[in-house]
Design a binder for this molecule. Structure first.
Ligand code: OAD
Length: 251
C-alpha cells in the first residue's frame, strides 16, 4: 500500500498552470488491473517468456502458431480485466483540463476503455491485426482462431498489430508523440521502466523544451535521476494527485 504522498508546492503549481500536459504510460499503469509488467521482479513477462520467441518477427516466422496463441491467450486473460483507478484518473483529467495528451506503450486499450478519447499508441494494440505486408485485417474475423490465417489480399500470415523488437514504431504515432512531448509543460510518466527506446526518448524531448518531469513508480527506475518522483502505485498516487491539484476527492 502506498503511503499518503506529500506533494511539493512547485509540482502542484506546475500542474495547475500547465499549458499542456502529457501522461506517458507503461506497463505499470495497467499492473493494478492484473496485467503483468515486462520487467518487474519475478512476475515480469520477460522473466517467464523469451522475448526473442514472442516479440520478434523472427520468433513469429519460426513458430507462427505458438506466437499467435500466446497473444490470443493474453487477449482472453485481458477480457476478464478492467481499467483501474490510474486509467480513470487520467481519463477524467483529460476531460477536465482539455490540454492533456495520453501517450502509451501499452497495447491493452485500457485508456480508451476508461474514456480517454485521444490516445497515442506507440506499440500498437493487441486487439488489432495486420498481415506481414501491413494490410489491415478485421479483428472479429480472426481474433478467436487457433492459428494465424492468411491475408485475403496478399496471402501472407496475419499477426497482431503490435510492435515487436527491432521493428520501427508507427511513424505517425511517434511523430505526434514527439510533437506533444516537445510542447508539454508538464510530462508525467506513469509506470514506465524507461528501458525501451525510442519511446524512452520522449521525456528527453519534453525536458529539452523545459517541461517539468514527474514520474509515478513504486520502484526505482532509469528515470529517477531526471524526474520528480512520486513513489507509489499509480492507482493510489494519481487520486491523491487529483485531490491536491483540483481540490476534489476523486471518486
Ligand atoms: P516494464 O515492465 O519495463 O516496467 C514497468 C514499470 O512499472 C517498472 O518500472 C515498475 O516498477 C513499474 N510499476 C509496477 N507496478 C506499478 C504500479 N502499480 N504503478 C506504477 N508503476 C508500477 O514496462 P514498460 O516500461 O511499459 O514493448 O516497458 C516498455 C516496453 O517493453 C513495453 O511496451 C513492451 C516491453 O517489451 C514491446 O512489447 C515493444
Amino acid at each position: 500500500m502506498t503511503d499518503v504522498v506529500a506533494f511539493d508546492d512547485v509540482l502542484i503549481k506546475a500542474l495547475r498552470e500547465a499549458k499542456n500536459v502529457v501522461f506517458f504510460t507503461g506497463a505499470g499503469a495497467s499492473a493494478e488491473s492484473g496485467i503483468p509488467t515486462f520487467r518487474s521482479g519475478a512476475d515480469g513477462l520477460w522473466g517467464d517468456f523469451d522475448m526473442e520467441d514472442y516479440a520478434t518477427s523472427e520468433g513469429f516466422t519460426r513458430n507462427p502458431k505458438k506466437v499467435w496463441q500466446w497473444y490470443r491467450d493474453r487477449r482472453q486473460d485481458m477480457a476478464d480485466l478492467q481499467p483501474n483507478t490510474a486509467h480513470n484518473v487520467i481519463a477524467r483529467w483529460q476531460k477536465k483540463a482539455s490540454n492533456v495528451t495520453v501517450i502509451t506503450q501499452n497495447i491493452d486499450n485500457f485508456h480508451q476503455d476508461a474514456g480517454s478519447d485521444h490516445v497515442i499508441e506507440l506499440h500498437g494494440n493487441i486487439h488489432q491485426f495486420k498481415c506481414l505486408n501491413d494490410h489491415p485485417v478485421v479483428a472479429s474475423s480472426v481474433n478467436t482462431l487457433d492459428e494465424p490465417p492468411l491475408c485475403e489480399i496478399c496471402g501472407s500470415l496475419v499477426r497482431p498489430d503490435v510492435v515487436w523488437f527491432n521493428e520501427p514504431l508507427p511513424q505517425e504515432a511517434f511523430e505526434h508523440a514527439e510533437m506533444f512531448s516537445r510542447e508539454s509543460s508538464v510530462f508525467v510518466a506513469v509506470g514506465c521502466s524507461m528501458d525501451v527506446y525510442p519511446a524512452a526518448f520522449l521525456p528527453a524531448f519534453a525536458a529539452s523544451s523545459g517541461a517539468y518531469l514527474i514520474q509515478i513508480n513504486p520502484e526505482v527506475s532509469a528515470f529517477d535521476k531526471y524526474a520528480h518522483t512520486l513513489r507509489g502505485k499509480a492507482g493510489e498516487v494519481l487520486p491523491q494527485l487529483w485531490l491536491a491539484v483540483w481540490g476534489e476527492v476523486f471518486s
